[in-house]
Design a protein around this ligand. Structure first.
Ligand code: 0L1
Ligand code: MG
Length: 261
């Protein structure tokens, strides 16, 4: 860790203001090139503390950069983790104001909801045994950095670009579905813009929850029972503009849709 508490607090405030005012900033590693992972997660934790102090509730946790394609693109070998706020929850089929965001992108995800605490170090068996159900979801990403100019440390500090999310379709017991072979089709304005199978996420989306639990264990934390977890983009993240209609069709799990207005 290279930063003192005062600088962590100042950077967290800058990033939260960028989100609230939709006014992007330059990536924080420009001013602090030596930032490490502990600094980045400390800034993210401070943003989370500010949100809760300001009355927001934490709606869930997220893993990002969990597909081989995205990891390769960003030249990383480990996923990143963040959190979702209650005010980011959007209803399936709803109209979403695009002015809430700076430059939104959408990606299809499989979400888990746990019914038991998961304490790392753990393995996929622990996660499947502690999962109540899985459901289809779409994450709306929005970087608070100008022109998508960021690096991984800056992204983690910026709560992994988390902005909003939509859940829909049919929830299923995890033992009733093979998440590796679930086919997913992402449509924008009626045209297929990407498709993938669940195995795109670390071979099996439950592995993302394993990595989250193991990362939290290093901070002496657990995934509590009843946690909603977005396991990371199965498809690419696709940019959206006012008027765009997004529909994601998940084999066996139904679909999730929204229009940006
Ligand atoms: O959810 C994610 O995959 C995090 C992506 C962070 C980088 C980006 O904004 O694309
Ligand atoms: Mg995501």
């Amino acid at each position: 860790m290279t930063l003192d508490d005062k600088t962590v607090a100042a950077l967290a405030e800058q990033l939260e203001n960028a989100e609230l005012n939709r006014a992007p900033i330059t990536k924080i590693t420009d001013a602090y090139p030596d930032l490490d992972w502990d600094d980045a997660y400390a800034i993210q934790d401070e943003i989370r503390r500010r949100k809760v102090a300001g009355g927001a509730q934490i709606a869930g946790l997220k893993a990002g950069l969990t597909s081989q394609a995205k990891m390769k693109q960003m030249n990383v070998s480990e996923p990143v983790f963040g959190f979702m706020c209650d005010y980011g929850a959007c209803a399936d089929g709803s109209e979403i104001e695009i002015d809430r965001f700076i430059a939104p992108r959408v990606e299809a995800e499989i979400a888990f909801v746990t019914n038991k605490e998961i304490a790392g170090p753990c393995h996929i068996g622990t996660v499947l045994q502690a999962t109540d159900f899985v459901l289809p979801a779409v994450e709306i990403l929005d970087s608070r950095y100008e022109n998508f100019k960021f690096d991984l440390i800056s992204v983690v500090a910026d709560n992994t670009s988390a902005a909003a999310f939509v859940c829909g379709g049919n929830a299923k017991r995890v033992q009733d579905i093979d998440l590796r072979t679930v086919g997913i089709v992402l449509e924008k304005n009626g045209e297929t813009v990407d498709l993938a199978a669940g195995a795109a996420v670390l071979g099996q989306p439950a592995e993302s929850v394993v990595m989250l639990a193991n990362m939290l264990a290093r901070k002496d934390q657990v995934i509590p029972a009843g946690t909603f977890i977005m396991t990371g983009g199965v498809t690419a993240a696709v940019g959206v503009e006012r008027g765009d209609h997004i529909a994601v069709r998940f084999q066996h799990l139904g679909s999730v849709s929204m229009r940006f207005v």
